[in-house]
Design a protein around this ligand. Structure first.
Ligand code: CUA
Length: 255
């Protein structure tokens, strides 16, 4: 049986956006469709005007010039119609923009630090109950082709990391992004997220993952020679499995 395959990594000949895994990305996709519809209508209308002008108004078809010069009505129409179109565009655009910035009360914070050229992560929520040196820390380097597992579609070349960051689904997450050396940019297309990692500055994102999956992204800010070799991989698990994972990882006794 073939299951519904979600697109969470780039595929060959891909022309469209990734499948959404967060509310943000769903909003972006809906807005994108809204824009595409308006764009199609405008392009068709302009093309129709252009081609009919070129086709009908040749000197063979019009022996005498038109005396038509000014029209107040026409000017009002061709000024107000684009203005109305811009209004139709701006309303959902601003709504989406502000909705994406809204930070809900987060249950968990993931600290993300960009380095030349790898990402490091930390979840500090469980620090108070951990033993000695244990904590949820990940240092993620790109995997070279040698050790890569082959999938049906081929290799996740330049995308797979040696460790994958594990996050829970259906939980309000806060991502705190910064860098240790130069500018980087943390991106996951399926989440609709992209934020600059600036040294000496803390950027904040909110994330609500809606489904289980493995999500791939890459650094999106030129950060040096190995810029293309610092991918991002996030695995999302159901909340209860995430809980078990944390317990096992930190060797905590479940009560
Ligand atoms: Cu880090 Cu580009």
């Amino acid at each position: 049986m073939k299951l519904l395959v979600q697109c969470d990594s780039p595929v060959s000949w891909q022309t469209y956006l990734h499948d959404p895994a967060s509310i943000t990305m769903e909003g972006i996709l809906v807005f994108n469709k809204h824009l595409l519809f308006l764009l199609t209508v405008i392009v068709l209308f302009v093309a129709w005007i252009l081609f009919s002008t070129v086709y009908y108004f040749t000197e063979f078809n019009n022996k005498f010039n038109s005396k038509f010069v000014h029209s107040n009505v026409l000017e009002i129409i061709w000024t107000s119609v684009p203005a109305i179109i811009l209004l139709i565009l701006s309303t959902p655009s601003f709504t989406l923009l502000y909705a994406m910035d809204e930070i809900a009360e987060p249950e968990l914070s993931l600290k993300i630090l960009g380095h030349q050229w790898f990402w490091s992560y930390e979840i500090s929520e469980f620090n108070s109950c951990q033993k000695d040196n244990q904590s949820l820390k990940y240092v993620c380097y790109m995997m070279v082709l040698d050790g890569l597992p082959k999938t049906k579609q081929g290799y996740f070349r330049l995308l797979e990391t040696n460790k994958r960051v594990i996050l829970p689904t259906n939980t309000h997450l806060r991502l705190l992004v910064s860098a240790a050396d130069v500018l980087h940019s943390w991106t996951i297309p399926s989440f609709g997220l992209k934020v600059d990692a600036c040294p000496g500055r803390l950027n904040q994102l909110n994330l609500f993952i809606k489904r289980v999956g493995v999500f791939f992204g890459q650094c999106s800010e030129i950060c040096g020679v190995n810029h293309g070799f610092m991918p991002i991989v996030i695995v999302s698990l159901p909340t209860i499995q995430f809980h078990n994972y944390v317990m096992a990882k930190l060797e905590l006794v479940q009560d």
